[in-house]
Design a protein around this ligand. Structure first.
Ligand SMILES: Cc1cc2nc3c(=O)[nH]c(=O)nc-3n(C[C@H](O)[C@H](O)[C@H](O)COP(=O)(O)OP(=O)(O)OC[C@H]3O[C@@H](n4cnc5c(N)ncnc54)[C@H](O)[C@@H]3O)c2cc1C
Length: 235
């Protein structure tokens, strides 16, 4: 971890620690906070991830912000809905939001905590990554940024989507001057495949997003093919 932190600092990139299953998250958080204490003294290099399908996530985010402040470290967080819903429901259903809408409300609430910290701590000492493919969350986040006077260009509140997904969200955001990260899964096939399988499972649970993306791709293909035919006809 120390090696990774050093490389991140020397290359001026962020190191985002993913959130996993609930039974490993506390351990990951402790290690991440220790890394923040070491590497985030001058800028928010190391970030922890917060899964909003857990009812208490906004409280955990608040607690970790307070701890990072006590450590004199800059705070960084990636805010997601969470990728292991089915399994978490089996482990402790009482800890998990009861519906997709409920997780969405919790996402907004958690994000508000992060954005308030971004305003009070200032742009140099915070990084909040709004990692979602959900259009409503993005629209609501944009409204909050505007209401709180958070600049789209400072780079301390950014958006993130997975490469090849949510292009209809990433592109307009980037065109409007927001900073957008695209997460690229890479590694050996046996490690990447389970990751991609989880994304497929998510699309099954919330088909609306996948359907919309497919429709937009079909429209774009049709548009490009017709445009090409038009060019050929003119020639
Ligand atoms: C850049 C990036 C990094 C990510 N990193 C991580 C990570 O480190 N750890 C991690 O766990 N995930 C990670 N994810 C995945 C993320 O947690 C979501 O699973 C994924 O983005 C889909 O959620 P969404 O916000 O895009 O919106 P949507 O597609 O609208 O929401 C789907 C999500 O809503 C929740 N949900 C669906 N149905 C229900 C229900 N009935 N009740 C309660 N909740 C429900 C689940 O969390 C589900 O994944 C990452 C995603 C991105 C874009």
């Amino acid at each position: 971890m120390k090696c990774l932190g050093k490389v991140a600092v020397s290359r001026d990139v962020h190191l985002l620690v993913d959130a996993e299953y609930s039974y490993v998250n506390s351990g990951c958080s402790i290690i991440t906070l220790a890394m923040m204490a070491h590497f985030n003294q001058h800028s928010p290099v190391v970030a922890n991830t917060f899964q909003c399908y857990f009812k208490d996530t906004w409280k955990n985010l608040n607690d970790e912000i307070n701890i990072s402040q006590q450590l004199g470290a800059c705070f960084a967080a990636k805010i997601v809905r969470g990728a292991y819903l089915e399994k978490e429901r089996c482990i402790a259903p009482e800890n998990v939001c009861s519906s997709h809408a409920c997780t969405g409300e919790n996402y907004n609430k958690t994000l508000e905590v992060g954005l308030h910290h971004a305003v009070t701590a200032g742009s140099k000492r915070t990084l909040i990554i709004i990692a979602t493919h959900n259009e409503n969350s993005v629209i609501s986040a944009l409204q909050s940024l505007q209401d709180m006077g958070i600049s789209r260009k400072d780079g301390h509140v950014v958006f993130a989507q997975i490469y090849g997904m949510g292009e209809q969200i990433s592109m307009p955001l980037a065109h409007a001057g927001y900073i957008v990260y695209k997460s690229v899964p890479m590694g050996p096939l046996n490690q990447v495949l389970p990751y991609l399988a989880r994304r497929v499972a998510e699309n099954r649970s919330v088909l609306q997003g996948a359907r919309k993306e497919r429709e937009l791709l079909q429209q774009e293909l049709k548009h490009r093919m017709l445009e090409k035919l038009h060019v050929v006809n003119i020639k």
